[in-house]
Design a protein. Sequence first.
Length: 274
Amino acid sequence: MPVIVKVLGFSLGLTLVFTLIANLLPQVEGEAPVEKIIDPSAFTEESFIALGEELFQGKGTCTLCHNNMGRAPDILALNMVETSTERMADSRYQGSAKDVEAYLRESMLQPSIYVVQGFGKKGSNDTESPMPTVDKAPIQLSELEINAVIAFMQAKDGNLVTVALPTEEATPTTSQSEITIQINEPAMAKTAEAALVQFGCTVCHSVLETESPVGPDLRTVASRLSVEEIRQSIVDPNAVIAEGFPPIMPTDFAEKMKVKELDMIVQFLVDSGK
Ligand code: HEC
Ligand code: HEC
């Protein structure tokens, strides 16, 4: 390094040093998120579908439940155009959708109108869905984002996309005229609250401001479990399954979380349950 500085001359050397420091810093703090700002009128069908896929895996938290672990229909494996058509033909179907696009939208906005057999809330005899309404907290997708996710679900098996691409006229409000999405790994959460949202805990548990019946209430978990048991429930959820709940908590938090994030979450749950 000092040799390079000499060779390149002082000011160029300094620039190099600053560049190096700038490149090193994010790794210490956790990878800095890259944000992409999109002008809705500039969408092509391809980029709209790609946005839908990113939302499905990321902000939408869909893959927390829709995966191959049996907690919800495996949307990535199913042909959702054929599946939707079968659902609408089911004698139990009570919704008002007449086409695939409408069925997918209804499933996201009013999950309990029709509950896929065997996937209802425990004890509800498949009349209540455990799926959160996606335009409400904690998921809170905008209309444009919901359309992108529908386009993705239609397109992923080569089916026709019927969702209209957004146009400037269709999205005149400033809140929707720019969308920001995070492309790479989000930065390390700075607080326990941020970590609980980022890792999707709020999707399945009542904690912070949100209510969810999928898993046990975390506001009172410290009265049931010791610090060590809480930590184990997060990194190895299937070691002990809480009574009355299905074993559907994701098992990969130990790989995804930084130690500090896990510590903050455990401490938060211990403190708030006292
Ligand atoms: C907390 C778990 C959970 C999350 C998060 C979730 N879902 Fe679901 N979803 C379910 C369950 C369980 C069902 C089956 C019961 C029902 O019909 O509502 C379902 C049903 C569906 C269906 C109907 C599937 C079928 O086979 O007919 C669609 C479409 C769907 N979800 C889309 C989504 C999308 C898109 C997201 C993300 C924006 C999402 N879900 C997030 C649990 C979840
Ligand atoms: C897809 C839904 C889902 C997500 C996401 C999820 N959990 Fe869970 N969690 C559950 C279910 C269901 C149970 C009960 C069954 C079990 O013990 O595995 C549970 C159990 C727990 C327990 C034990 C509670 C008790 O009373 O025994 C803790 C603690 C916990 N989760 C914390 C978390 C934290 C922290 C996160 C986020 C990092 C999280 N969970 C994400 C569904 C989820």
